[in-house]
Design a protein around this ligand. Structure first.
Ligand code: FES
Length: 162
């Protein structure tokens, strides 16, 4: 019986096989890493090794590309991504206090994921909603006019929904 892991590995393998037929296979590296991330949610060392072997590209080069572009995740992400805006408008309206309250509530630092896999914490530079500062985005939803307490209450509501 085929497992989800096998299906994802097969899909990535097929994608890389198509890229290998191109005159410059290495030029498809970013597209391959995108494909791998969309299949697995993040780029593990094992997946990067697989890409290195299949595409005959040094692992150090793949690692360099994966760490250079901020949209590649090297660790598994939580079910919900919290982006705390630290842009100027949010900062002057107390974003730092909101961020501290979130970190304390979740017991994680920036870029980390909670142990239960529910939340990943990230920072953002202006989410385009400065009029609502300070702002936090959870997945695709914007929450504005936050105070540390309001932010913590929102997180508690997400926990209850699970
Ligand atoms: S600075 Fe935070 S939304 Fe613009």
């Amino acid at each position: 019986m085929e497992t989800t892991k096998d299906i994802r590995a097969a899909e990535l393998g097929e994608f890389m096989a198509r890229c290998r037929t191109s005159p410059r296979p290495e030029s498809h590296l970013i597209a391959i890493l995108h494909k791998a991330q969309s299949l697995y949610g993040y780029l593990s060392n094992a997946v990067m090794d697989e890409v290195s072997e299949a595409m005959n590209i040094p692992a150090a080069h793949i690692w360099g590309v994966a760490t250079f572009y901020h949209y590649f995740n090297l660790k598994p992400k939580g079910k919900h991504t919290i982006a705390v805006c630290l842009g100027t408008a949010c900062y002057v309206k107390g974003a730092e206090e909101v961020l501290e309250a979130i970190k304390e509530e979740l017991k994680i630092g920036m870029g980390e994921t909670t142990q239960d896999g529910l939340f990943t914490l990230q920072e953002a530079r202006c989410l385009g909603a400065c009029g609502l500062a300070p702002v936090v985005m959870i997945d695709e939803k914007i929450y504005g006019g936050l105070t540390p307490k309001k932010a913590v209450d929102i997180l508690k509501a997400y926990r209850k929904q699970r």
